[in-house]
Design a protein around this ligand. Structure first.
Ligand SMILES: *Cc1c(COP(=O)(O)O)cnc(C)c1O
Length: 482
């Protein structure tokens, strides 16, 4: 029963006790994670049906809550942190990141303005400048020049911020005042992530003013088709304003030609945004930095440490070459937020750099991760993931039964069994239903394609080797049945 003397609150002593047990719980989870089926095997409603219809009237003990976590919640978890997780894209965590996130929760800081916690803003600025250096970004993206960066929740929000800034720059900040006229046109490839289409819809550009540019045999945007589309729109009296180039598409890891796209943006005065949500991380390794060649021509760039850089969701880093455009687009200053530091102009107020007002102290976890691993530690793991993916691609290439169906430049391998779409679908479903590993699919030119995304924090050579054996054996088994 609760102790009324504590006002229902958890006492510091109780918090200390439960907190230590929680850390133990998480450490045990990581030690035993390979014992769980990677893909949750519950059916829809299974979890909800075990939860009461209404909230408890009286206080319940922490022990009761954790007991329900174990019995009700855990069966409904798909284990993204399992080293046998090869689905979608990584969403990896790490010890230092979890602890940084916990500290952020403990401090409970609301970092909307510099004045609401100077450390929250200044650490973020510094760590993002570190990242700019780690990725060898052009000077213009650093806070020490005209640009700078901000941590956003997701690559989707970053894309929306980029579209809005591009819109305002092109219309001389008139759209913010008068609304959209329906004559701005944006360009992406037919492989671009759906979040950019969503941004175009939200920003009032209109889906009819979004051109999906065709791709070449490597699934990268075709420059000739891009330029043709821009010229046609100009002839029709429309106003081209925005291109999104992708480094590492979600479907197949294709890399758009940044230099060529950048030159077209320069020629026609379009905003160039680069979405490198997962693959951007690879550029911290000098031998993979080439994937960002041409970024000098970009107006904005974003990547997600919450995918492949051992930093808990959410953590997107959004860089702009000219912060004044972004700030002028998104800044609103109501009376209740006015303060001397803001008025002096000497500080960043990050609420002017993204959609929402409130913000967590997310740079803590990023700072912890970069300091814990060091640049060399991060490089080591990225290089290792890419080595394992390349080894897997080699096995596929030399196999009689499977084909590689897209170039595998980094850590994602797209492949298919020679027996056709239905067989590949059955193969995927069978393997995932058995829980030993989890991987997903895409469709390329009508072909059902299997995807191995090799980037989970703790995946090593043995996991990848076992996955390949599992795939081959299950395929043999299904061949006997069919
Ligand atoms: C994952 C991904 C996104 C979406 O990321 P969020 O941070 O979840 O919005 C966008 N673009 C690419 C290329 C991605 O891989």
């Amino acid at each position: 029963m609760i102790d009324k003397m504590t006002n229902y609150h958890m006492t510091p002593d109780e918090f200390r006790k439960q907190g230590k047990q929680m850390i133990d719980w998480i450490a045990d989870y990581y030690e035993n994670i390979e014992k769980y089926p990677v893909l949750s095997q519950v059916k829809s409603g299974d979890i909800k049906d075990q939860l009461p219809d209404s909230a408890p009237t009286e206080s319940e003990s922490f022990g009761q809550i954790m007991s329900d976590v174990n019995s009700i919640i855990m069966p409904g978890i798909t284990h993204w942190q399992s080293p046998d997780f090869f689905a979608y894209f990584p969403a990896n965590t790490s010890g230092p990141s979890i602890l940084g996130d916990l500290l952020s929760s403990g401090l409970g800081v609301q970092g909307m303005l510099w004045a609401t916690s100077p450390a929250c803003t200044e650490l973020e600025t510094r760590v993002l400048d570190w990242l700019a250096e780690m990725l060898q970004l052009p000077e213009k993206f650093k806070s020490t020049s005209d640009g700078g960066a901000v941590i956003q929740d997701t690559a989707s929000s970053a894309a929306l911020s980029a579209v809005l800034a591009a819109r305002e720059k092109k219309t001389n900040y008139q759209t913010n005042d008068s609304g959209c006229l329906g004559n701005l046109v944006a360009y992406i490839s037919n492989q671009t992530h759906s979040s950019v289409e969503k941004a175009i819809k939200i920003a009032g550009i209109g889906k009819n003013n979004l051109r999906l540019i065709g791709v070449d045999e490597n699934l990268a945007m075709r420059i000739d088709l891009l330029e043709n589309a821009i010229q046609k729109d100009l002839q029709d009296g429309l106003i081209p304003f925005f291109v999104c180039a992708t480094v590492g598409t979600t479907s197949t890891n294709a890399i758009d030609p940044l230099n060529e796209i950048g030159n077209i943006c320069l020629k026609y005065q379009l905003w160039m945004h680069i979405d490198a949500a997962m693959s951007g991380t690879a550029a911290i390794c000098p031998e993979y930095r080439y994937i960002l060649d041409g970024i000098e021509l970009a107006d904005s760039f974003s990547f997600n440490p919450h995918k492949w850089m051992f930093t808990n969701f959410d953590c997107n880093c959004f860089f702009v070459a000219d912060r004044s455009v972004l700030i002028k687009t998104l800044s609103i200053l109501p009376e209740y937020l006015k303060n001397q530091a803001t008025e002096s102009g000497a500080v960043f107020d990050y609420r002017d750099w993204h959609i929402q007002l409130g913000r967590r102290f997310r740079s803590l976890k990023l700072w912890f991760v970069i300091r814990h691993y060091g640049v060399n530690g991060l490089r080591y793991h990225i290089q290792e993931h890419i080595r394992l993916a390349q080894q897997f691609a080699g096995w596929v290439r030399s196999s009689e039964e499977f084909d590689l169906v897209a170039p595998a430049p980094l850590n994602l391998v797209c492949f298919a069994h020679k027996n056709g779409n239905d067989f590949n679908r059955k193969l995927l479903e069978t393997i995932n239903s058995r829980g030993k590993m989890y991987f997903t699919h895409t469709v390329i030119n009508g072909q059902f394609v299997l995807r191995m995304s090799i980037a989970q924090t703790n995946t090593n050579e043995e996991h990848v080797r076992q996955a390949w054996e599992n795939i081959q054996e299950t395929a043999k088994e299904l061949m006997d049945v069919y």
